[in-house]
Design a protein around this ligand. Sequence first.
Ligand code: C2E
Ligand code: MG
Ligand code: MG
Ligand code: MG
Length: 278
Amino acid sequence: FCKVSGRNSKLFYSPKMNSMYNELLLLEGEIRKALSNEDFKLYYQPKVSVETGEIIGVEALIRWFHKEKGFISPSKFIPLAEEAGLITQLGEWVVRQACMQHKKWVDTGYPPVSIAVNVSAIELQRNDFSEKVKAIIDEVEIDPSFLELEITENSVMQNTEDCIKTMNELRSIGISLSIDDFGTGYSSFGYLRKFPINNLKIDQSFVKNSLIESNSAEIIKAMIQLAHTFGLKVIAEGVENEFVLNFLKSQQCDYYQGYYHSKPIPPEDMEQMMVLKV
Ligand code: C2E
Ligand code: MG
Ligand code: MG
Ligand code: MG
């Protein structure tokens, strides 16, 4: 995927690059439109207890069903939104939408599950980020202890001290924090200790290979042990079959997510999965 560096920088010209650049510009305009038309939707993927199979939370994942182009993956448009300076607006929309969904579920009588939102590095780097999140929580009136923010390890590796300050502010509001895609970035165990986090999410690349590659299995074992030593809960991402789940069970992994339990689904389908308390 082509990354465009700065609007004003002179691009080395080739017809192919030019058309790619045009496509990016076009898509950027479409993100802007989609934001004002509310064409985005949040899907939810359950977080499940390895031990009991109980749903303990959900992760909100943004979806964009483009009228002509069909489904566009967040892995494609989130980096674009970051590049175009639209991620703050988009991120705020996601947090508000997720909080409103949580509120609606609680008010309807569903058991209160935590709701996790992915946060981009750019959002986390803003010095008004925790203030903004707090304002949304107050506006929507939810219990902040049900909100969880997922931050990738790489995003905390830039301006680490500032990020830790923001993370501490978020924690003092009552929000939980998770490190997402753990193992794919700089993964310094030493740093891990400095971050005021609650959960560690093991990246799906290790989880998927855990039964066919002994390295991945060993890495998972070490991550779980270490996380538990630091008092963190561990979530394995990308669990696609019962064999992997059994391996995780044997390693005392706390929670999992993956197609084996459920793909990300629209809120209506999520409601069918949660049992109403009458
Ligand atoms: P992520 O936060 O690590 O989310 C996990 C991704 O793995 C999701 O892809 C999910 O659909 C997928 N997944 C879950 N279980 C399985 C499985 O068993 N097998 C396989 N093959 N995949 C599984 P998705 O929804 O395409 O999102 C991709 C990435 O885009 C996310 O990775 C996250 O980094 C980003 N993203 C998604 N929504 C948002 C958002 O609202 N804001 C921001 N900033 N980033 C988002
Ligand atoms: Mg995530
Ligand atoms: Mg992940
Ligand atoms: Mg990811």
